[in-house]
Design a protein around this ligand. Structure first.
Ligand code: NZQ
Ligand code: ZN
Length: 388
């Protein structure tokens, strides 16, 4: 049975290799001051920066630059952006980049007019915005997080060793997003595959929970199958538009709130991964790939039927001689082979984690209760140790 829910996703999408042509009609809706938010320089190398600035200038916009957003954006960078924005009166924040840039833009949008400290208010107290919110638009260059069509904004505080995501409501979701699959073709291989695994895990986090047979699970299986197929094409031929465009579209649907509706969701792989991210600053998708299999093997007995369904419906494993446990494990094994095919990081040691850090990582892990098993501290330590 589906639970009760409200559903609204206000982000307008422009998809395809001419998607940037639509930017102009969005810009008309906003005042002249555009805060252009971007990362460490990839958009300057591949020419996207020049294209976007030209459109802004042609439309008589004033460009307020805020570059240098790092992967896993920090709270210090957020404070810096707030200062820049407060010196001007920003009408639109235009994020050009990956999930880090989009997340940062959303965190900024609720902080510019906020009287409280945004870290305390949004990331420690999880309060909702009570101030004016500056609109955000995204031009996506890295695929994976779904940030282009959701309210998530993950910020890292290195001082307190915490990486925390606040999922804001529809008033914070981007007003529009430009999705041109060609923009993702300059991504280095490890970023492309990290993004692919991030997508897979977003779907798994929403799939491995609950016991009902519901529409969401069928949509999830379709998305996973399409992702597995397209990812295999993309690693062989990164310039394959069919593959890259499908991956971009799957990423958006994997985390634009739709498949979570009416059911419980897990998110513990992300909580474990975020603790690792707070300590190591490692690439988000790789923190997930390093902890996933030990986590899923551990919780498998608590949600056995879903793991059997995963083996059968996602990996096409059908063998009447296998027990449920054997089938479920075969599904995870198939996922493991696919992960290795992609070239993902398969353990925490590769990310610089050692056995002495495990207790601290456990302290930094937020425990959620939507999955098949609510983990206690010993179980979290066990999973981290298994992931080394
Ligand atoms: O900074 P630049 O120079 O632009 O380089 C970036 C960055 O180094 C590079 N890149 C991006 N587009 C490129 C490119 N390089 C070449 N060509 C391009 N077209 O890729 C690197 C990684 O970018 P980043 O934005 O950090 O990656 P991603 O999209 O994976 O975002 C990661 C952040 O999003 C958060 C993560 O925790 C992490 O902080 N997440 C946000 C979520 C959400 N909003 O719902 C959910 C996710 O689970 C995730 O937690
Ligand atoms: Zn993720």
């Amino acid at each position: 049975m589906l639970g009760n829910f409200e559903y609204c996703n206000p982000t307008k999408l422009y998809f395809g290799n001419n998607a940037l042509n639509h930017l102009e009609k969005e810009l008309i809706k906003y005042g002249p001051n555009i805060m252009l938010v971007y990362g460490g320089g990839s958009i300057k190398k591949n020419g996207i920066y020049d294209e976007v600035v030209k459109i802004l200038k042609d439309n008589n916009k004033k460009v307020i630059e805020d570059g240098g957003v790092m992967p896993n954006p920090t709270v210090e960078k957020l404070y810096e952006g707030i200062e820049i924005a407060r010196r001007q009166s920003v009408d639109l924040i235009l994020a050009v980049g990956g999930g880090s840039v989009c997340d940062y833009a959303k965190a900024l949008s609720v902080s510019i007019h906020c009287d409280d400290d945004p870290w305390d208010k949004y990331y420690l107290r999880f309060e909702e915005p009570s101030c004016q919110i500056v609109p955000v638009g995204c031009i996506l260059t890295m695929v994976g997080t779904g940030s282009e069509m959701n309210g998530g904004a993950v910020i890292t505080n290195h001082q307190s060793k915490l990486k925390i995501g606040h999922v804001f409501g529809e008033e914070v979701m981007p007003k529009f997003a430009v999705l041109n699959p060609e923009y993702t073709m300059t991504l280095p291989h490890h970023q492309m595959v990290a993004g692919i695994y991030d997508i897979m895990n977003h779907i798994c986090e929403q799939y491995f929970s609950g016991t009902d047979n519901n529409t969401s699970d069928y949509i999830s299986e379709g998305l996973m199958k399409s992702l597995i197929h397209s990812s295999r094409q993309a690693i062989k031929d990164p310039h394959n538009y069919e593959a890259r465009s499908n991956i971009m579209w799957i990423a958006t649907w994997a985390l634009n709130t739709l498949i979570a509706k009416g059911k419980s969701t897990d998110w513990m792989v992300h909580m474990l991964g975020q603790a690792v991210g707070a300590y190591t600053d490692a690439t988000h998708g790789m923190t997930l790939s390093a902890v996933s299999l030990p986590y899923y093997r551990y919780i498998m007995p608590y949600g056995l039927d879903k793991f059997v369904r995963f083996a059968e419906n996602v990996w096409d494993i059908h063998d009447e001689h296998l027990s449920k446990e054997e089938l479920a494990l075969a599904g995870l094994k198939a996922m493991e082979s696919w992960m290795k095919e992609l070239g993902l990081v398969m353990n925490l040691t590769e990310l610089g984690v050692n056995a002495e850090m495990v207790e601290e990582l456990a302290d930094a892990t937020l425990v959620l209760d939507g999955g098949y098993k609510v983990l206690n501290r010993e179980e979290i330590i066990h999973i981290f140790k298994e992931s080394l």
